[in-house]
Write a protein that binds this ligand. Structure first.
Ligand SMILES: C[S@@+](CC[C@H](N)C(=O)[O-])C[C@H]1O[C@@H](n2cnc3c(N)ncnc32)[C@H](O)[C@@H]1O
Length: 282
């Protein structure tokens, strides 16, 4: 039998009350503030879950999401996060790593870098950081660690695999491409990030709204194209929490349309395009 169409000509009916309940649940659990205009997008993403679970109404589905004994809360979040990313997105931040951070840490003499990619999606951001660091021969003996976190368990699993279609790494410089191993046989057309890259990165699930187990300090925190989905008080609170985990002189890097409200970040000062440096402690 084909899909059952509701009176609105759709497979499932999503009432105003259903949509508002979805928005409230998503915001409470992840901070993601879905606008009223995103109804079609939300419908498209969640109907896959209704079909997979053989449910007929959003009401039944949302009861499952709210049921602490059911395991649907995770799939609900995974379905509604936006995971768009790419290698070397907003490239100026990787130049900052190379041209400012590394010389500054070299001058400090610590030979150690701790970098957090918060909201790392499938891993393009932490792999871009790892590629940048791994292609600097002078760092070959440094202690380099990248923490990559996201709320979405599916993207983290992909990140841990570190597998890319060849065409996605084709534009990288040859010395960076050499840090991937090419698939053969059934894996032809794929490339896997090599040990040097994968060993630098630890992927962990972390909801930015909840407690953070790390005490820092970090040299750099990337949180790009994540807080854009949050409301103003949540953004301000996060920027304050990020700045308290940076060492003095460490950088917070935000996405192209994001900036911290000055009042929320007394410890930060602007340091170039969407880059903010933690001031020395007073
Ligand atoms: C658009 S991607 C950004 C990826 C990468 N930072 C970039 O700029 O290319 C946003 C990511 O933020 C994650 N995210 C959303 N809300 C989150 C939360 N409360 N805690 C942790 N991660 C969250 C999503 O799962 C998604 O993978």
């Amino acid at each position: 039998m084909g899909p059952v169409l509701s009176t609105a000509g759709r497979e499932f009916e999503m009432t105003d009350a259903d949509f508002n309940r979805i928005r409230r649940l998503l915001k409470d659990r992840s901070g993601i503030d879905v606008g009223a205009g995103k109804r079609q997008l939300v419908y498209g993403r969640l109907t896959r879950r209704l079909r997979a679970l053989n449910l007929r109404t959003f009401n039944d589905y949302l009861a499952l999401v709210e049921d602490a004994n059911a395991d649907e809360a995770r799939s609900f979040l995974n379905s509604l996060t936006t995971n768009v990313t790419e290698l070397f997105r907003e490239e100026h931040h990787f130049e900052l790593l190379r041209e400012r951070l590394v010389p500054e840490v070299t001058a400090l003499g610590t030979r150690r870098l701790r970098i957090w990619s918060a909201g790392c999606s499938v891993g393009d951001e932490p792999y871009s950081i790892a590629l940048t660091l791994a292609s600097l021969p002078e760092l070959s003996t440094w202690d380099l660690k990248i923490l990559a976190t996201d709320i979405d368990s599916e993207v983290l699993a992909q990140g841990r695999e570190g597998v890319y279609q060849m065409d996605r790494i084709a534009k990288l410089k040859p010395n960076m491409r050499a840090l991937f191993s090419r698939g053969v046989g059934s894996k032809t057309g794929l490339a896997r990030a090599g040990d040097r890259l994968r060993e630098m990165i630890t992927f962990k699930q972390l909801n930015l709204l909840q407690d953070w187990p790390m005490s820092g300090p970090f040299d750099v925190i990337f949180c790009r194209n994540v807080i854009i989905y949050f409301d103003a008080p949540t953004k301000e609170q996060l920027v304050r929490r990020f700045s308290s985990l940076l060492r003095p002189g460490g950088y917070l890097l935000l996405g192209h349309s994001e900036s911290p409200a000055a009042a929320s970040a007394p410890l930060l000062e602007s340091s170039g395009r969407t880059a903010f440096v933690r001031k020395a402690s007073r």
